[in-house]
Design a protein around this ligand. Structure first.
Ligand code: NDP
Ligand code: MG
Ligand code: MG
Length: 330
């Protein structure tokens, strides 16, 4: 394992360089503002028709259409939604000079071959381990969100130095920059969201809710138990791992956790996790998702509707209305 910090940053890397940030959403805004405050010559590349154009101007940044913004930039960061990056690359590639560094915050398009970068380019990844708002806030407070760094293509032999200089510019070296590969970042990111963070967690909540309601318990009580209180546990895990959670829950909860938990997420579940991972690794998931997009997202829309029509959602809206503090961090 290798973690880079401030001392590993080469002073000459990207010195005085122009950096084009394509996209001004969650990550784009944070990267652009942090890099500007770090002394880089930043230009934001967004379409004139969108809301970002005005937002970036209001924040005092230079703004141009993407194909213009990339002209003369030593590094170009692709920070629009992943599904838009393939077309965006096509729109701008004609204006990208030889030997430029192109940067991604998620490896999906490059790893699965949707973007096949020109051979003369350096292709790198800097993926902050947090949403853009946090990347900006931590930087302003003199701290930084940790980042992952990877090099996919090193045409100039400066790819890693440039990536690290960029990570430094957004505050990442303060939190630590962990070296990885495009494959590892992409595959673990997809696995995490499918199996644990989004897919696994929501299924666990919904099935727990259904079990209680089908057994005759009030839906409202079930909602508080299996959804609302999840935050307390997740916060403890986030702050201090399993140990901190165990420290703050009751002895009874601990005994129930240790003896019942493995019956819920069991050998069969782990076997299925391995299958899901395989489908990510061999490209089956990516192919399925791309073809779903091409054919108008019929299945995706159907599944989404089912989710949003679930009883837990109806109960949740009612109960959350009485807890106005839940919206205060939005
Ligand atoms: P956002 O959804 O916030 O990006 C929105 C920006 O993209 C806006 O500026 C929007 O401009 C522009 N945009 C949207 N559609 C198009 C289009 N078709 N053509 C051109 N521009 C478009 O993206 P994120 O910041 O969430 O993600 C950016 C990258 O960072 C992704 O690769 C993502 O995987 C990665 N990432 C995201 C994290 C996160 O926390 N969000 C964490 C780590 C990595 P307009 O105003 O004109 O619509
Ligand atoms: Mg993801
Ligand atoms: Mg447990």
């Amino acid at each position: 394992m290798q973690i880079y910090s401030q001392k590993d940053v080469k002073k000459a890397a990207l010195k005085g360089a122009r950096i084009a940030i394509l996209g001004y959403g969650s990550q784009g805004r944070a990267h652009a503002l942090n890099l500007k405050d770090s002394g880089f010559d930043v230009v934001v590349g967004v379409r004139k028709s969108g809301a970002s154009w005005g937002n970036a101007k209001k924040d005092g940044l230079a703004v141009a259409e993407p194909a213009e913004a990339v002209k003369g930039a030593a590094l170009i960061a692709f920070l629009t939604p992943d599904l838009t990056q393939k077309d965006l690359y096509k729109d701008v590639i004609g204006n990208i000079a030889k030997g430029t560094t192109i940067l991604f915050a998620h490896g999906f398009n490059v790893h699965f071959g949707l973007i096949k970068p020109r051979k003369d380019l350096d292709v790198v990844l800097i993926a902050p381990k947090g949403p853009g708002g946090l990347v900006r806030r931590q930087y302003e407070q003199g701290r930084g969100v940790p980042c992952l760094l990877a090099v996919y293509q090193d045409a100039t032999r400066k790819a890693k130095d440039n990536a690290l200089a960029y990570a430094h510019g957004i505050g990442g070296t303060r939190g630590g920059v962990l070296k990885t590969t495009f494959a590892e970042e992409t595959e673990t990111d997809l696995f995490g969201e499918q199996v644990v963070l989004c897919g696994g967690t929501t299924e666990l909540v919904v099935k727990g809710f259904e079990t209680l309601v089908e057994a005759g318990y009030q839906p409202e009580v079930a909602y508080y138990e299996v959804l609302h209180e999840l935050k307390l546990i997740v916060d403890l895990l986030h702050e201090g791992g399993l140990a901190k959670m165990h420290k703050f829950i009751s002895e009874t909860a601990k005994y129930g956790d240790l003896t019942r938990g493995p019956r819920i997420v069991n050998k069969g579940t782990k076997k299925e996790m391995k299958k899901v991972l395989k489908e990510i690794q061999d490209g089956k998931f990516a192919r399925q998702w791309m073809s779903e997009n091409k054919s108008g997202r019929k299945k995706y829309n159907k599944l989404m509707n089912q989710d949003l029509k679930h009883k837990i959602e109806k109960v949740g809206v009612k109960l959350r209305d009485r807890m106005p503090w839940l919206q205060e961090n939005a």
